[in-house]
Design a protein around this ligand. Structure first.
Ligand code: COA
Length: 170
């Protein structure tokens, strides 16, 4: 990753850039729903955007990562979902995505997270310690892409639920 790339929490002035970036990153991807940018807006609106980090270079947003609460069991424990995560197409493959994921995981660990879930390509997320966990996969997600990374010594009991902002225009 090049020098002078900063990773920081989003501020209001980043919202429009995050939309544009997310749309561009997911455009044409076979696994994209096409509403990834809307999911981030909905999480923000519903106060379930636990953490949004941006990668910037010379004040330009070139990457972003989203974390939201993930529900399992009695819903009182701090589990989180990672995603969407995006890097500007012209800047992919430079380590920016990895830096956002590692910084984000460190942040939620500091917040007391027991673990993190996501739906994504296992070949990519394996390097960050995510493992397939079909027994914990939400009913409405493909279990061959559902992954979990434990951040403490507790294991989740049962199936997770992602925030409703992932599915509904709420
Ligand atoms: C996924 C994404 C955030 C990764 O960011 P990045 O800055 O390009 O990633 P890094 O430079 O840190 O890592 C690059 C490595 O990831 C690999 N990689 C990137 N996307 C991958 C994918 N979908 N599946 C498997 N490997 C992937 C690259 O081949 C490269 O591998 P290498 O280190 O062995 O050479 C970025 O490619 C992106 O925005 N993609 C479009 C949106 C998206 O798919 N988001 C994730 C949805 S689950």
């Amino acid at each position: 990753m090049r020098e002078n790339i900063e990773i920081r929490k989003e501020v209001e002035a980043d919202h429009a850039s995050i939309r544009t970036l997310t749309e561009a990153a997911f455009e044409g991807r076979p696994y994209a729903d096409g509403d990834e940018q809307d999911v981030i807006d909905r999480l923000r609106r519903n106060n379930t955007l636990t953490l949004s980090l941006v990668a910037t270079q010379e004040q330009v947003v070139i990457g972003q990562i989203t974390f939201s609460p993930a529900i399992v069991g009695d819903a009182s424990s701090p589990w989180f979902a990672l995603g969407p995560v995006s890097v500007l197409p012209s800047r992919q493959g430079e380590g920016i995505g990895s830096a956002l994921i590692e910084t984000g995981l460190a942040s939620i660990t500091n917040m007391g997270a027991l673990g993190c879930i996501l739906t994504g390509d296992p070949n990519y997320y394996r390097r960050f310690g995510f493992r397939l966990s079909p027994g914990n996969s939400p009913e409405n997600e493909p279990e061959e892409y559902f992954q979990l990374k434990l951040l403490g010594d507790q294991r989740p009991m049962g199936k997770f639920v992602f925030d409703r902002a992932f599915y509904e225009d709420v």
